[in-house]
Design a binder for this molecule. Structure first.
Ligand code: UD1
Ligand code: CA
Length: 456
């Protein structure tokens, strides 16, 4: 295969987002839009991915460096247009053999097949190919003018278009592919004599044709190339992502009675035969095995749920939670950085943080792993088959041995031996008749109009 290089434009200001966060760092499905573009470049098999960032956007430069390596990040000194932005990568790419693809970092949901279609046109003889779509509302998009033979004659930016050209609905997604050397040769010829006074990458089409070269359009669906310029458009992209991700899971055998209420991340993995009930949120890094059930109103992040496990309703799994086969995590239970063994249960109102719960252990309602002393964190280790009575506080570091019991209401600060019972609470005192006597005394006082000392 011909070597491929991606050039991702991320230097725009994104002023319409009206946010201190640079536009391309806004997330869709829990991944930055820049991250989506870099991932697409990877899926297209690009050997090299260059990100063009703005001079003042340190956060973009840093994220780009993390994603593609600092040596592949270049800075466009001034925002003089899309051709000028690509030109910023000249020193890194211009001498490369192979095909380049330009992606905009504000267009996060391009399927790999659409990119492949653009490359396929190059293989079929085109020198420049752009990805186009039929726009419901063409608005500010560049219009794609076809020649009589169906090839691409020119791209006309909306601001420079005639009335007839504005009526064209076939629009430019911004994705453009061509041989790297040719693209940089043509970019050197681009001028800025247009309505915006910018160097337009779209001019490459007419410059290529002036050399007798062929330009082509590869078509895709409008949903595939949604550009994000505002918070409202970001929400549209998020909605489209969610719809696609839910549909993909259901296609793969996940049961979701109300998919429109389930929120997924780009990396959510759920196995066939798992059930996800209503209003469940999957933040990033979640893996759920087939046969598990995630009940309504649960929130999961950075965790793993094994087959047969039941989580929720109203459970919270935080990073590092690992819920074993057939384990149960019930309502208002929070689990963080804790391995819950096979068949173990914590069904009500608990906090399991920085712990290990052995197979078959039962964690009573209201149990708290006290994992933090304000400075450091410590582990709580519960042995297999142990039973923790309700409303117990286990002050870590602490261990409960296999099949050990903790009496309810205990504050456990010392390890519990396997097979034994530990109770750490005040002893019960019984005072027969005390309640009746007290009631009689207070009634008399109240009727007399007096108050006990200190009463208000
Ligand atoms: C561009 C296309 C238009 C297409 C539309 C699709 C041009 C001239 N026009 O218009 O045909 O329909 O995208 O969304 O290419 N950028 C830089 N540096 C710059 C200018 C832009 O890095 O100097 C980046 C932006 O961050 C953005 C992308 O390039 O990621 C597109 O720029 P934008 O100004 O949004 O182009 P449009 O006017 O939308
Ligand atoms: Ca744009």
């Amino acid at each position: 295969m011909t070597k491929r290089i991606a050039i991702i434009l991320a230097a725009g200001q994104g002023t319409r987002m009206k946010s201190p966060l640079p536009k391309v760092l806004h997330e869709v499905g829990g991944r930055s839009m820049l991250g989506w573009s870099v991932a697409l470049a990877g899926d297209l098999g690009c050997e090299r991915t260059i990100v063009v960032a703005g001079p003042c956007a340190e956060a973009v430069q840093a994220e780009a460096g993390r994603l593609v390596g600092p040596a592949n990040v270049c800075v466009q000194a001034e925002q003089l247009g899309t051709a000028n932005a690509v030109d910023a990568a000249r020193g890194l790419v211009a001498d490369e053999d192979g095909q380049a693809i330009v992606l905009y970092a504000d267009t996060p949901l391009i399927p790999v097949e659409a990119g492949e279609r653009a490359f396929a046109q190059l293989d079929a003889g085109a020198s420049i190919c752009v990805l186009g779509f039929d726009a419901a509302v063409p608005g500010k998009y560049g219009r794609l003018k076809r020649a009589a033979d169906g090839s691409l004659e020119a791209i006309v930016e909306a601001n420079d278009a005639t009335k007839e050209e504005l009526a064209i609905t076939l629009c430019n997604s911004g994705v453009m592919a061509g041989p790297a050397k040719l693209m940089f040769e043509l970019i050197a010829e681009v001028g800025n004599d247009n309505a915006k006074g910018e160097y337009y990458l779209t001019d490459l089409v007419k410059l290529a044709r002036a050399r007798g070269l062929k330009a082509a359009v590869a078509e895709c669906d409008e949903r595939d190339v949604l550009g994000v310029n505002s918070q409202a458009e970001l929400a549209v992209a998020e909605r489209v992502f969610q719809e696609q991700a839910r549909a993909a899971l259901m296609r793969d055998g996940v049961t979701m009675p109300a998919p429109e209420t389930v929120f997924l991340s780009w990396d959510t993995r759920i196995g066939a035969g798992a059930v996800v009930e209503q209003n469940v949120v999957f933040a990033t890094r979640v893996e759920v095995a087939g046969g598990a059930r995630i009940r309504a109103f649960s929130h999961l992040e950075g965790c793993k749920v094994e087959a047969g496990a039941v989580v929720g309703p109203y459970a919270r799994l935080r990073p590092g939670a690992q819920i074993g086969v057939d384990a149960h995590i019930g309502n208002f239970v929070e689990v963080k950085n804790t391995i819950v063994g096979e068949g173990a249960k914590a069904n009500h109102l608990s906090y399991l943080g920085d712990g290990d719960v052995g197979a078959g252990a039962n964690i009573g309602a209201g149990t708290i792993f006290c994992n933090y002393d304000g400075f450091f964190k410590y582990r709580t280790v519960i042995g297999e088959g142990a039973f923790i009575g309700s409303n117990s506080a286990l002050v870590a570091p602490v261990r409960v041995g296999k099949r050990g019991y903790v009496g309810s209401g205990s504050v456990i600060t010392v390890d519990v031996e396997g097979g034994s019972l530990s109770i750490g609470r005040g002893r019960q005192i019984d005072k027969p008749g005390w309640g009746d006597e007290f009631r009689k005394q207070q009634t008399a006082l109240k009727e007399s109009g007096k108050k006990p000392n200190g009463a208000i």
